[in-house]
Design a binder for this molecule. Structure first.
Ligand code: SF4
Length: 314
């Protein structure tokens, strides 16, 4: 087995040889972020990749992110280091359940968070991200009947800031659901000067306790531009790698989960799906050009439409 640095060098060599790029989500391990061509959130990565001439893209994130990449670059080879890297939020909305819900609510438009499968996007009128959801919803007719899914917390926040009464799907991300106000209060006592930042997938009381609420990109930009020195961060702890890299003179404190997966106390909140991406798997998938992402052409045709609509509205 190659040592870490040798493995990183081999991956970069393979990228050059095969005209491939590595896309790394902010929540992947630092070693993967370090060798990536682009680091970002899921939609930004898919859009960046679509702008390049690379023949192969390796999406280091979770399965729906690789699908989004393929939707925006249908003629490219999209590799996914581990097809089992799923997402509790995407899993909380199955296409067949959404189809039934739509049938029960005729006349409603469906707004879906980008954290959904291609099959769910194919049943959607407009896709949103946590960064543009408010802007997109604000542009829809005031009397439009809207279903928002699958993230309940994000939908609830958007209802609050837009004054809408969208019907909310009761889904959520198990990582962001684990944050609690109590842990934030404890950290605030230790770091009274720190700015509290929380992702919009967190529960309403956590968002109410935050000074800055938004997407990963919002939090990152805020940290980079702020003259504050300490930040308490309530999102998946992988983002701290990019925060620390771009703000070396600042301190970032991850909020621990209320209860960890193992039931033991731990200092940060991690997504086990994101952490399924390893250097070895990146190397193997590039070497073997497998596993590749394929999407049923009929589903892909419908799934790309609500993404294009989002891009028009945002
Ligand atoms: S952090 Fe949550 S929303 Fe993001 S991939 Fe993991 S389970 Fe899905």
């Amino acid at each position: 087995m190659l040592k870490t640095e040798a493995l990183k060098a081999e991956i970069r060599r393979l990228c050059k040889e095969k005209d491939a790029i590595i896309l790394a989500h902010y929540y992947t391990i630092g070693d993967i972020q370090d060798i990536a061509d682009f680091v970002g959130d899921s939609l930004a990565l898919a859009r960046k990749a679509a702008e390049t001439d690379a023949k192969i893209m390796v999406m280091c994130g979770v399965h729906f992110m690789a699908e989004t990449c393929k939707l925006l670059s249908p003629d490219k080879m999209v590799l996914c280091p581990d097809l089992e890297a799923g997402c509790s939020l995407a899993d909380s909305c199955k296409a067949e359940d959404l189809k039934k819900f739509k049938e029960e609510h005729p006349g409603y438009q469906v707004i879906s968070y980008v954290n959904t499968t291609a099959a769910v996007k194919a049943l959607t009128d407009v896709v949103v991200t946590s960064g543009n959801a408010k802007k997109v919803v604000d542009q829809l007719p005031k009397d439009a009947k809207l279903i928002f899914g699958p993230d309940y917390n994000l939908g609830n926040y958007i209802n609050e800031v837009t004054g809408r009464e969208m019907l909310l799907w009761n889904g959520g991300c198990h990582v962001h659901e684990r944050f609690s106000v109590e842990k934030i209060i404890e950290l605030k006592k230790q770091y009274p000067e720190a700015v509290v930042m929380a992702h919009l997938e967190c529960k309403a009381p956590v968002l109410a306790a935050a000074d800055v609420k938004g997407s990963t990109a919002t939090m990152l930009n805020y940290a980079q531009q702020s003259d504050k020195k300490q930040f308490i961060v309530a999102t998946e702890a992988g983002i701290l790698h990019e925060m620390q890299r771009t703000c070396p003179d600042k301190e970032f404190i991850p909020v621990p989960p209320e209860i960890s997966e193992s039931g033991l106390e731990c200092s940060c909140n991690e997504c086990q799906y994101m952490k399924m991406n390893t250097l070895e798997k990146v190397y193997n998938c590039l070497m073997n050009e497998n596993p590749q992402i394929e999407i049923d052409p009929e589903i892909a045709k419908e799934a790309v439409k609500p993404i294009e609509r989002m891009l028009e509205l945002s």
